[in-house]
Design a protein around this ligand. Structure first.
Ligand code: COA
Ligand code: AMP
Length: 630
């Protein structure tokens, strides 16, 4: 069957489609039906099944005779180390760590925060939680203590599993002070922590609260897999929304197993025994779905890469990893390719490696600009497939289903809606628009298995954020269009979320931090276009009259404040002081117009603007920074 037939088979009978995919999962009790819609517009999938995610990702491969197959390849150009972990070894390691968690009182449903870098043990920690039904919440290492504290207070974990440090190319990031700082700041206190000591920066442990990863495992009996119900949360992953409070996306266990397993073949065209590499981080959704769970559930070898596309040690690192580990499908964010292209525009490095094992490159996480796609295609000699999805969905909404049928690529489009998703473009009143017309991108409910059923501790926020603007639909927060061939184009966010180097950030969260500076009377943060990172945050400050500090002092303090409160990942370095901000007559800051001015793009004067002269002041402030060119 080609794509059109598969999509139609899903449209004709969505439940039968997903029940058929569910056959590939090893259930303790198989689901009697696919969809529960009794609480519509809240939906759940495979609710009455009993299953364990770790069993499906690890144990069953051992039981089926694939214990000696490599499950995880760890490759760290930063430390110069590589290792391989078989499925049998992964089973031993997860069962041992799960035993520690169980003996220290963690039971199914308890939350465990994981604050770890790109090492094999991060996957072991996630799977160990899944093994005993604990709900993990991985926090990205580039976030500051305050962001970790916010997540501790929201998830109220009984335990935190952390490493002593992470490694950036130019520095060792000591995690323990961040962890201790976060626990000090948070109202909720975890019962204990488990710390993986790394030789690059071992840390002190607090007697009675912190336990060494290896020491704690001595004499502990391994834990068996605990069966959980299909709707049991597999994990919570916090992502940026409009306000400073992150949204805790809940991932339901059964749907996530069924859907991820299906995508490995349908979207990424890989099978049991192949090597698949997603160059991202365990702290992001790509890391959850395609470094950890997806490949492992499908019996595919995954690569844990601790490095960057450039500088570790050079722009040839990706090619080395692909060639050395026989990678068949490779997934990363466009920004990584822009970084390589900037360093090695003619592709000198790639000529040093034989990457003939690679079949395709998959890009997601941000807009894939045509230049980058064409360049990647040219130097790699393989097809480049853009695909579009979000933390909320956990896997592809629109993509090129290469394992079903490789559709013609239209550069600039992530291709077509995947089975499971009825994607529509709506006008402001919620009516579908004609092909080729711009509008809000919405998905007709119900969303497919594995997508978020709710937000952690925030059902009302879930309904308000996603289900209210367009009744009967899920609002994606993206705007775009669908052409006459059904190809989707993603143009922009409709909210205050920006995308910096493939990292989803909230300008609202940065504004909240800036507003906390005692000399800042008012502020706005926008996302301006950047040739490397896609977007960069830029802050505008109106300072209090009578301050004794210079503008430069306040700007430097604000940059530091965002780094200390949100973290280095915010990449907040551009900031300017202005007398006033452009607003509508009702006082709403005209951020979209400011973006256009900064990007030197044409714009229509907003009809509701209070004082058009302010726009010239904004332009004048931006020009010395190299923006708002005439
Ligand atoms: N722990 C601690 N700090 C981190 C971190 C982590 N896990 N990840 C990033 N940071 C820091 C960086 O060191 C940098 O700090 P600096 O301001 O002191 O230089 C800052 O956060 C910003 O990081 P980033 O935006 O990633 O910029 P970069 O200049 O370090 O690297 C790229 C640029 C393009 C090479 C890098 O972003 C990249 O490899 N992107 C790949 C895309 C990706 O993984 N996307 C994830 C979603 S698919
Ligand atoms: P995240 O939840 O971090 O994966 O970010 C999701 C958001 O990133 C989407 O809502 C889009 O705004 C953007 N995004 C992801 N993939 C793409 C893509 N292929 N093209 C354009 N934007 C994308």
């Amino acid at each position: 069957m080609g794509y059109a037939e598969v999509y139609k088979s899903w449209q004709d009978d969505p439940e039968a489609f997903w029940m058929a995919q569910a056959d590939a999962i090893s259930w303790d009790t198989p689901p009697s039906k696919a969809l529960s819609d009794d609480k519509a517009p809240l939906y759940e999938w495979f609710k009455d099944a009993q299953v364990n995610a770790c069993y499906n990702a690890v144990d069953r491969h051992v039981e089926q005779g694939r214990g000696d197959q490599t499950a995880i390849i760890y490759d760290s150009p930063i430390t110069g180390t590589k290792s391989k972990t078989t499925f049998a070894e992964l089973q031993t390691q997860t069962a041992a760590l799960a035993g520690v968690l169980r003996d220290k009182g963690i039971v199914a449903g308890d939350r465990v925060i994981i604050y770890m870098p790109m090492v094999t043990e991060s996957l072991v920690a996630m799977l160990a939680c899944a093994r005993i039904g604990a709900v993990h919440s991985v926090v990205f290492g580039g976030f500051a203590a305050h962001e970790l504290a916010v997540r501790i207070d929201d998830a109220t974990p009984k335990a935190i599993i952390a490493a002593s440090c992470g490694l950036e190319p130019n520095r060792v990031v000591a995690y323990k002070p961040l962890l201790d700082g976060a626990i000090d700041q948070s109202t909720h206190k975890p019962d204990f922590t488990i710390v993986l000591q790394r030789e690059q920066s071992p840390c002190d442990l607090i007697e009675g609260r912190d336990f060494d990863w290896h020491e704690a495992q001595k004499g502990v009996a391994p834990a068996d897999c605990v069966s959980v119900s299909g709707d049991h949360p597999a994990y919570i992953l916090y992502t940026s929304g409009t306000t400073g409070a992150p949204k805790g996306v809940v991932r339901p266990t059964a749907g996530h197993l069924v859907a991820l397993n299906w995508t490995m073949r349908a979207v990424y065209n890989v099978d049991q025994g192949d090597v698949f590499w997603a160059a991202s981080d365990v702290g992001w959704v790509v890391g959850h779905s395609y470094i950890c769970y997806g490949p492992l559930i499908a019996g595919i070898t995954t690569v844990v890469f601790e490095g960057k596309p450039v500088g570790t040690p050079d722009a040839g690192t990706f090619w080395r990893v692909i060639a050395e580990h026989n990678v068949r499908s490779f997934f990363t964010a466009p920004t990584a390719f822009r970084a390589i292209k900037r360093e090695d525009p003619t592709g000198i490095e790639i000529k040093k490696y034989d990457i003939s094992c690679l079949r395709a490159l998959y890009l997601a996480g941000e807009r894939a600009d045509p230049d980058t796609i064409e360049w990647a295609q040219k130097i790699m000699g393989v097809p480049v497939y853009d695909h579009w999805w979000q933390t909320e969905t956990g896997y592809t909404i629109a993509g090129n289903p290469t394992g079903i049928e490789a559709l013609p690529v239209k550069i600039g489009s992530p291709t077509v809606a995947m089975p499971g998703y009825d994607v529509q473009i709506l006008d402001e009143a919620g009516h579908p628009v004609k092909a080729g017309e711009l509008g809000a991108i919405a998905i007709k409910l119900p969303l497919p298995p594995g997508t978020l059923p709710t937000l952690w501790n925030a059902k009302d926020r879930f309904v308000k954020s996603y289900l209210t603007t367009f009744p009967g639909y899920y609002e994606t927060g993206d705007a775009g269009m669908i052409d006459e061939d059904g190809y989707l184009y993603i143009m922009a966010r409709t909210d205050d979320v920006i995308n910096v180097a493939g990292h989803r950030l909230s300008t609202g969260a940065m504004e909240e931090v800036l507003a906390g500076h005692p000399d800042v009377a008012e502020c706005a943060v926008i996302g301006v276009t950047d040739t490397l990172k896609g977007q960069l945050p830029m802050g505008f400050l109106c300072t209090n009259k009578g301050t004794t500090k210079t503008d430069d002092e306040i700007k430097a303090e604000c940059v530091k404040l965002v780094r200390d409160q949100i973290g280095p990942v915010a990449a907040f370095k551009l900031v300017t002081v202005v007398d006033r901000l452009p607003k509508t007559r009702s006082g709403k800051i005209l951020r979209a117009t400011m973006v256009k001015i900064a990007d030197s793009a044409a714009f229509k004067m907003p009809a509701t603007i209070d004082d058009p002269a302010i726009l010239d002041e904004i332009k004048a402030a931006l020009q010395p920074m190299g923006y708002a060119k005439d």
